[in-house]
Write a protein that binds this ligand. Sequence first.
Ligand code: KIV
Length: 284
Amino acid sequence: MSKKKTRLDFIKMKKEKEKVTWVTAYDFPTASFAEQAGIDMILVGDSMGMVILGYQDTIPVTMEDCISHCQAVRRGAPNTFCIGDMPFLSYQISNSEAVRNAGRFLKKAGMDAVKLEGGRRVSDQIRAIADAGILVMGHIGLTPQSSGQLGGFKAQGRDAASARELIKDALAIQEAGGYALLLEAVPPELTNFITKKLTIPIYSIGAGAPCDGQLLICGDMLGFFQAFTPKFVKKYANVAEIETNAFKEYIKDVKSGAFPTDDYVYHIRKGKEEEFYEMLKEFE
Ligand code: KIV
């Protein structure tokens, strides 16, 4: 079992150009499989709203949802650096609410860091959380909590004007004390520039290779989130197909009587059969 990585390990990996591997997980089994596979970091994303809770977007996800799923992930991956994702309206309203809610991820769920969405407009909250001694990661580009303002789940920063705004946001996050930054669905040319310009680790989900590590959503890469698949997703498994086929086979077996056979039952103990059938007579 490898030792849990820290912020310093991630800085060293950036210096040594070793890529960080990162996935989302929301439950005990997925977290433990990711840890057993040797993943560097886990994000308990508010994408849980869409991936496992069946919502249309991430807006309905609550702090209680996040804490409960972070606790399950921590139990499944005790030796992995885990980041709790701050849900919609858990940090936007005031700095004090942002700090209190960020703290709950650490105190109640044993997370190592938190992540929130937005650039300059949340830099005060980032500063307040960092000043409270909490590792806070920024997230810009396609920010799902503001997908309404962005006009949907669309790539960002694809022209000079919007790329300039994202560079300003990235600089503001570093300046406010963000310890790392996630870029989502932006061009690799922009990712490359931001990675070279900033000193903090820069991670990508759909933002190309030239950065310090990659994130994928477990439901996308394992093939159990079926609503849509973004262009940037590489599918490593088709769990939806595996599960559906298994359920189909089970249904067929039960209906036909092929399951359960003698291999799957607990008979009355040997030598106790006579006593058992005698006892049944009491109820006749
Ligand atoms: O919630 C999440 O999984 C995320 C990713 C979309 C980056 O924030």
